[in-house]
Every structure is written in C-alpha cells, then in structure tokens.
Design a protein around this ligand. Structure first.
Ligand SMILES: [Zn+2]
Length: 494
C-alpha cells in the first residue's frame, strides 16, 4: 500500500504540477521524496500522473485526464520539437487571489489565452512570491471579461473535440501572432483597462512565433482584442488589415514570412453583406456609398468602363506621388466594384484590377472587401465619381485597349512633331497615355516620363496632344468620346 495518509482531491481542471505541489505540501514532504518529477513538460507529466494515481489511490485514467496532452495539438503546439508551443515555461500563471486560497493552478491558464482568472477575475501573475499580494492592476473592465468568457467557453473539453472550435483557436493564435508583431505603444487601439496595462509594460513582447507571451500582461494586451475581433467580421477586417499594412513597412524575412503564413491561414472576415439585406454585418458606410453610386448611375449613366485607373483631379500632376497613386487605385477599384454591382462577388476585386490594368494583385492591396471602407474614403470615392461625371464621361476602357498597341500612333507622332527630346517609344507612348487615360506604368518608365515632360516645350506638348487626338479619331470612327487632353498645370499658368 503506497497511498499517502493525506490525499487531497484534484480540483476541477487542475494541472499535474499543481496537484504534485499540493500533495507533497499537505504531507510535509518534498515532491522528490515521493518520487514525483517537478520539471513539468509533457513527457514527465505522464510519469507524474501515474505516480500520483498510486499515491492518491485514484484510477490512473482520472489523473491522466488532467495532463496537458489531452488538449488538441493546435492548442499545445508540438512540444519536444523546435516548433511553436503555447504552453508556458517554468512559471505557471496563477490567480493572485484564488490560487492562493484554493492552492490549485488551472490547466487552461497554461495555454497563453487566459490572462485573467476565470473566477474572480483578476489579472493572473507569474510569480509565486506575489501570490499573497493583490494584483497591481485592478479588476479588468467589462470588455476584457467578455473576451475572456468567449475563450473560456471554447476551452470546455467537450467543445474542444469540434473541428470548428479548433479552427477558431488556430485563427486566434495566428491573429495574435501578427498583431503582436506589428504592435507598439499606441496600436492596436485598446479599451481603457488594457491600454493602461500596456503603458505599464516596459517592453511588450512582439515575437510570439515560438513561445507564448512572457507574462499575463503581455497576453492581455493582445489576446483579448484579437478574441473580440474574431467575434465581429468588421472589427476583424480592420484589425487584420491594419496589422498587415503595418508589417508591410518591415522588410525583415520574419515579417514577410508572417504575412505569408497569415494570408494562407486566417480566413479573411466575411464580405460586407448586400445593403438591402438587413444584417448586423452590413457596413453602414458601405451601404450608404452604394446608394449614392446607384443614384449617380441612374442620373448620369456612368459605368465601370468610364473609369481611368488613376482618377486624378484636373490640377494633379502627370505622375502622382506613389502614395497618392495607391489611393487613386483604391478609389478606382472600389468604384469599379460598385458600378458593376459586384460588391457581393469575391472575384470582383481581381476583375476590377485586371480591367483597370493595375499591376499589383496582392491580397493585402484589396481595396474593399477585406479592409472595409471608412467614411473618409467613401466620401472621396463618391466625389471621384461626381468629378468624372462633371468632366463628361469618357470610355477609358476603350482608350486603355487602344494604347495597349500604340505602334501606329508612335510613327505618326514622330513624323508630325519633329525635334522631340530623346525618348524611347515606350516612354513616349506612356507620356501620351498618361494624358488621356492616367494609369500605371513601371517605375523606370514613370521616371523617364517625368524627364520627357520637363524637356518638352509648350508648343511641342500641344502638338503632341493634337497629334494623339487626331490619330485616335482617324484609326477608326470615334466610337469613344475622347477627352480633351489635360493641359499640364505649368502651361495653364504660363
Ligand atoms: Zn481569481
């Protein structure tokens, strides 16, 4: 008979190492004296469980059921290898109030998801010595507690067998990883309690790629916001979009790998629903923009084919700055999707980009469906449509196709306008196209176009634009309304 005289019963969801400590202490012995390993880790857990079953005179399966290895791999990671694990290292997280009273450390707290106690709630603590004190930060606010409740509910053993619950955790971890990597002292925007917590951390942990966050505070400022975001598609779109955009500025291999893994892993939040279908997912800003565009379509007849890839305003430069170009492209893509009535179609964005001749098709550049739309951009998009209508609608789709093979045009230009500054055919064609249907070209060409533009005198410029106009009307009957070429700003002021 090896059972001990004092045999404390395992608490609900208690860890093996917690039970080991309590059993030894209540018998006035050190765990070693009872043949119990204290190092933790999944392998020694099973040995400890078998020994505890003997010492407590309990069925072995009852104690083994308390090991962390009963959790699915998505939650505990692949321990023993170099891959990521979500199990804490040496110091288990404890509740500064309840762990001290009950003595037990809960198994769920080992999964880096529970920065708060499930019962009281307090912010957990890593230090055993702190166990008798109160937490430094007061009770978490409602937002934090609700996010914690969401996670806790999914961690119920019978729910964990479900594939969809496991996927939710995989998504939560991935989102946490990318948000932590792109976080700083101001981003993401957090509710008051979490924000205060962040300001007290000397150096929040940003690398979650191998190990779980170092402290419950590190976890609280990332996990809770990510859990809330995954419960709300609009919030998820925003958080994901911002995180990826911020990482975009980092050029490290690690950041790029993270974005790739993230793009492959976390499903992008559901698309905005149709505006005429009542749904909590409908984005009010988008719904209102769609109505505005539909009204403009009815009154003016504007269609997707009337869009240039860079819907520049009259006074804009021939080659807008890179940031402004990106913004113009976003507006064109959004307008294209709305004008073709395809905001519910997942392929609409790719189609818009193809049609507008835009060069990047990367997922992170999605203009509408993932990043959503904010009120300011919606206002710009509506104004852009009004501007195009005000200028007189032009079939830019047709113009793009004509400029795709400008051979005849170039021969005729060089004949009609002698003594042009030296420029390759590609650069000359791009200069002409940018005046008539502004849109992308590669960076080198754009730089050369600027050089050519500066080298032209006002007379050559007008001759060139007249020749282009004449050519476009001569090639075949003017099926399109060709815009009067925009006269560059410096000529107007001259
Ligand atoms: Zn507690």
């Amino acid at each position: 008979m090896t059972a001990l005289p004092v045999r404390p019963a395992p608490e609900h969801d208690e860890t093996i190492s917690s039970l080991t400590t309590r059993v030894a202490a209540s018998n006035g012995l050190h765990p070693h004296q009872l043949g119990l390993p204290t190092t933790g880790g999944l392998r020694s857990e099973h040995r400890a469980a078998a020994r505890l079953a003997e010492l407590l005179d309990l069925p072995p399966e009852q104690v083994t059921a308390l090991t962390l290895s009963t959790y699915p791999p998505v939650l505990i990671g692949e321990t023993g290898r170099t891959q990521r694990t979500w199990i804490h290292g040496r110091y288990p997280w404890r509740c500064p109030r309840c762990t001290w009273r009950g003595g037990a450390v809960l198994r769920r707290w080992h999964l880096a998801l529970h920065p708060l106690c499930l019962q009281c709630p307090s912010l957990l603590s890593t230090s055993g010595a702190d166990a008798h004190g109160m937490p430094e930060i007061g009770a978490p606010d409602t937002a934090a507690r609700q996010a914690q409740a969401l996670i806790a509910q999914d961690l119920e053993p019978d729910r964990l067998r479900s594939g969809s619950v496991q996927r939710r955790f995989a998504n939560l971890y991935l989102l946490c990883e990318i948000v932590a990597a792109s976080s700083d002292t101001q981003w993401p925007k957090l509710p008051a309690w979490e924000h205060d917590l962040r300001t007290q951390l000397p150096q929040p942990r940003t690398d979650w790629s191998r190990r779980p966050p170092a402290t419950p505070s590190d976890a609280a400022i990332v996990v809770l916001e990510c859990a809330r975001a995954l419960a709300d598609p609009q919030r998820q779109r925003q958080l994901q979009g911002e995180a990826v955009e911020r990482l975009d500025g980092h050029h490290s291999d690690a950041a790029r790998a993270l974005v790739r893994r993230h793009n492959a892993g976390v499903p992008w939040a559901a698309r905005p629903a149709l505006p005429n279908v009542p749904s909590s997912r409908t984005q009010p800003v988008l719904a209102s923009l769609i109505k505005t565009i539909q009204r403009l379509q009815r009154t003016s007849g504007i269609q997707a084919r009337h869009l240039p890839a860079w819907p520049v305003e009259e006074a804009d430069a021939l080659v807008p700055t890179r940031d402004y170009r990106r913004e113009l492209e976003r507006r064109a893509v959004i307008l294209h999707i709305l004008l073709s009535g395809r905001w519910h179609d997942p392929g609409a964005e790719a189609r818009a980009r193809r049609d507008l001749g835009l060069l990047t098709r990367s997922r992170r550049h999605r203009a509408l469906q993932d990043a959503g739309i904010d009120a300011m951009r919606a206002a710009h998009v509506a104004r852009t449509a009004e501007h195009l209508i005000g200028q007189g609608l032009v079939d830019h789709h047709d113009l793009r196709q004509r400029f795709a093979t400008p051979t005849g045009l170039l021969t005729s230009l060089r004949r009609k306008v002698p003594n042009l500054p030296p420029a390759s055919d590609v650069v000359l064609a791009a200069w002409c196209r940018l005046h008539l249907t502004p849109g992308p070209a590669n960076e080198v060409t754009l730089a050369d176009v600027r050089v050519l533009d500066e080298a032209l005198n006002p007379e050559q410029r007008l001759q060139l634009l007249d020749a282009v106009d004449e050519h476009l009307h001569a090639v075949d009957p003017p099926a399109v309304n060709v815009p009067s070429p925009a006269v560059p700003a410096q000529d107007r002021s001259a």
